[in-house]
Design a protein around this ligand. Structure first.
Ligand code: HEC
Ligand code: HEC
Ligand code: HEC
Ligand code: HEC
Ligand code: HEC
Ligand code: HEC
Ligand code: HEC
Ligand code: HEC
Ligand code: HEC
Length: 489
């Protein structure tokens, strides 16, 4: 289930902008039109200097005599929220108007709504001379107007919202120049499984499942709030946040967590983009997010081990497969498959190399690729494999190999099941209870060989990315599993 509430809200907010952008034309991005409604710039040039603008911005004396409306400006918030303000001041949001000014667009009202606080609204940014305190993307760009709050500090009902909803960011991070919001909307991260939505609002599983499936739970825990199973009880289904922008991005500060940001940038990632760990096979380590990179915060194995009979492993173990590790029961700690890090471990941005590949907007030719669908983009393989086609061909070859091995393994498991026919389950006699296999009692009669083989089957088939996350490890797991299944008593 994808949340479509945010699309509607966004459409309402954005339609006026988009119309202006397409109808009025955009002087800086000439493909959008010929700029006939804007007389303050030379629309035929597209260079990074002020020299080509026919009327460069005149220096103005900054002032705030126009600051009389609902917006008060970020400096005012600094009086009390000193740390947040200090952190924010160093982000690119704080200097978003300077970015426009550097290219002679500081007065362009097409650009200002996303590069200042509230431009075009009553009480919003007008100009440096009148409302300097509202320059850049400020506190109130995300929290809404703050005057009511600063004039009634004690009044809890007047405190600004601190929503992690994606449309807070999506109202600006949108359009063909930076379609992060649209791409994210297409991704699996923009939805919560409907069965989980039902459980969350009924007051259950916020902790067991919400730690990875609910943005609200994830962020609350980051902030050190106590979260119980009923954390999301009685919320409206539409108010539940999935994996939104503010789950992965710190809204307030530069973090230094991105490995290769462009000059002067930071990306404000909440967790390190790259981590190297020594593979281990204990449950505690394989499920400990502090060992892992950003994606591994949630894409790690849950605590199921091969001795369990009720349920198969969760399909979220990509980071463990990547490192070549697998949680083993404390009583039987020897790994079924020897640990072996992936050939892809050194990909410059690890998971993001292949899953968050970006490319810039090219005027008149290509909208920007934000990478925020999180789907694999074979352009991300080019640095090492030469071309996207070569990498794709390699992947397709590996996929055939892995699919073949998986089919052999399944056939062997089914053959064993047919021969043993536990509880009349026939071919499914090898399966977990949740997948149509024997009940708890019947599970006790399944030999260790089969339990290990079926565990490997799910561990690599569901989480292995068709082998590409760690080709040799997945191969070895499937070879081992086949032998185990074929030699099971
Ligand atoms: C005079 C001091 C003061 C100023 C100025 C001030 N705040 Fe606050 N703010 C507070 C206090 C006190 C709280 C409640 C803190 C708490 O409960 O931890 C608060 C809470 C908040 C919250 C959290 C609300 C919540 O539900 O937890 C936000 C967001 C916020 N302020 C934003 C702003 C913004 C934006 C500005 C500037 C427009 C601002 N504040 C200016 C004192 C101030
Ligand atoms: C009012 C419009 C607006 C809103 C709302 C907004 N942004 Fe931005 N954001 C911008 C602009 C403009 C820039 C580019 C600033 C520049 O380079 O001068 C930017 C830059 C960024 C960057 C790049 C920073 C860097 O160092 O590379 C990130 C990450 C980001 N925003 C995330 C967010 C998130 C997350 C939210 C919501 C919590 C959000 N933004 C809300 C307009 C906005
Ligand atoms: C719909 C909101 C929106 C509008 C309108 C808008 N911008 Fe931006 N702008 C952004 C966001 C968001 C970013 C940050 C992009 C990112 O980091 O992915 C940005 C970044 C930039 C950057 C930094 C370099 C880059 O491309 O990342 C420049 C320069 C810029 N904008 C110029 C302009 C100009 C000139 C206009 C008007 C013609 C304009 N913008 C209109 C939202 C907007
Ligand atoms: C790009 C959007 C964005 C900007 C700009 C922004 N905030 Fe926030 N803020 C958020 C989001 C989202 C949350 C909730 C998630 C979190 O706390 O990390 C939040 C949380 C808060 C909180 C409550 C939790 C805490 O960290 O104490 C306060 C207070 C706050 N912001 C104040 C401010 C002030 C003051 C500024 C300006 C100096 C500001 N914010 C700028 C998006 C933003
Ligand atoms: C450690 C983090 C984590 C926890 C805890 C977690 N999940 Fe997941 N879950 C994921 C990730 C990541 C995926 C996406 C994996 C994929 O599709 O490859 C996922 C996928 C799913 C899916 C889609 C499965 C499919 O086969 O397409 C369902 C349903 C699901 N989880 C339910 C739950 C339930 C119910 C719980 C609690 C009992 C839970 N999850 C707990 C991380 C987690
Ligand atoms: C699952 C985690 C995740 C979520 C959710 C997410 N991002 Fe990102 N974002 C990333 C990563 C990782 C990068 C760094 C990409 C790179 O290194 O090239 C990034 C980069 C960015 C950048 C800077 C690069 C650029 O595109 O100019 C912006 C801006 C941004 N994200 C905005 C957003 C917005 C807006 C949303 C919500 C609509 C969002 N992100 C949701 C992980 C996430
Ligand atoms: C806060 C937890 C969290 C983080 C962090 C996270 N994910 Fe996810 N991811 C999920 C969950 C939960 C799902 C499954 C959503 C669903 O199907 O309901 C998912 C789904 C996906 C899917 C789709 C899987 C499928 O079978 O279609 C991909 C791909 C993905 N994530 C990649 C990434 C990447 C790459 C990163 C890091 C940039 C990342 N994720 C960070 C929780 C997370
Ligand atoms: C950091 C460099 C790097 C990147 C990026 C990278 N690879 Fe690889 N890949 C390697 C190396 C090294 C090998 C091992 C040597 C070989 O087989 O070419 C490899 C092997 C492979 C194999 C063969 C596995 C086998 O044993 O049969 C496939 C398939 C593959 N890569 C697919 C991809 C795809 C698809 C992408 C992008 C989505 C990608 N790679 C990105 C370095 C990389
Ligand atoms: C070398 C490139 C590469 C790297 C690095 C990589 N992946 Fe993948 N990933 C793939 C490919 C290729 C697929 C299969 C896509 C397909 O079937 O279309 C995939 C599939 C997935 C899926 C879909 C579910 C599945 O298992 O089939 C998820 C989720 C995922 N990867 C998450 C991650 C995470 C988390 C990381 C970091 C630990 C990561 N990936 C690192 C290339 C990569």
């Amino acid at each position: 289930m994808r949340k479509d509430l945010s699309v509607q809200t966004l459409a309402v907010l954005l339609v006026p902008f988009l119309l202006i952008l397409t109808v009025g034309g955009c002087p800086w991005f000439p493909d959008l039109g010929n700029g006939n409604q804007n007389t303050n710039t030379n629309t035929n040039t597209n260079t990074n200097t002020n020299a080509n603008t026919s009327e460069p911005n005149q220096p103005v004396t900054p002032g705030d005599s126009g600051l009389t409306g609902k917006y008060v400006g970020s400096a005012r918030c600094a009086l009390c929220h000193t740390n947040v303000h200090r952190n924010w001041s160093a982000t690119l949001h704080a200097t978003a108007l300077e970015t426009l000014e550097a290219i002679g667009q500081g007065n362009n009202s097409i650009c200002l709504p996303c590069h200042t606080v509230g431009h075009g609204e009553q009480g919003g940014f007008v100009s440096r001379a009148l409302t300097n305190a509202l320059a850049g993307v400020g506190c109130e760009s995300c929290h809404g107007p703050g005057r009511d709050h600063v004039e009634n500090i004690e009044d809890k009902t007047k405190r600004p919202p601190k929503s992690i909803a994606a449309d807070v960011c999506g109202k600006c991070h949108t359009s063909e120049h930076h379609p992060n919001f649209e791409d994210w909307e297409e991704s699996a991260h923009s939805g919560i499984q409907s069965s989980l939505v039902t459980q969350f609002i009924a007051g259950s599983n916020a902790l067991t499942c919400g730690v990875c499936h609910s943005g609200d739970v994830f962020v609350a825990r980051l902030k050190g709030e106590t979260v119980g199973q009923d954390f999301l009880k009685n919320k409206a289904a539409d108010d539940l946040n999935p994996i939104t922008c503010a789950v992965c991005h710190d809204p307030h500060r530069k973090t230094g967590n991105a490995v290769e940001p462009e000059d002067g940038r930071d990306y404000q990632l909440r967790f390190a983009q790259v981590k190297f760990v020594t593979p281990t096979n204990t449950v505690a380590a394989a499920t400990d997010p502090t060992r892992f990179n950003l994606c591994g915060q949630c894409h790690h194995a849950r605590d199921r081990v091969w001795t369990d009979g009720s349920r198969e492993p969760h399909p979220s173990d990509q980071i463990n497969v990547f490192f070549g590790e697998m949680p083993m029961p404390a009583s039987k700690p020897d790994p079924i498959v020897p640990s072996r890090p992936s050939v892809h471990l050194n990909a410059a941005e690890q998971c993001s190399t292949c899953h968050v590949f970006r490319s810039p907007f090219v005027a008149g030719r290509a909208p920007a690729v934000s990478g925020h669908t999180f789907e694999v983009n074979f352009e991300g393989c080019v640095d090492c494999h030469g071309t996207a086609d070569i990498a794709k061909a390699k992947f397709d070859g590996l996929k055939v190999e892995i699919d073949t091995r998986v089919a052999q393994l399944l056939a062997a498991l089914n053959a064993w099941g047919t021969a043993k026919n536990i509880e009349g389950k026939g071919a499914l006699s090898w399966e977990y209870t949740s997948e149509g296999g024997p009940s708890a009692g019947g599970q006790n009669t399944i030999p260790d060989n089969i339990k290990k083989a079926r565990y490997l089957y799910y561990y690599v088939v569901q989480g292995g990315g068709t082998g590409v996350h760690n080709p040799d490890y997945v191969r070895e797991a499937l070879v081992t599993a086949l032998t185990l299944a074929q030699t099971a008593p």
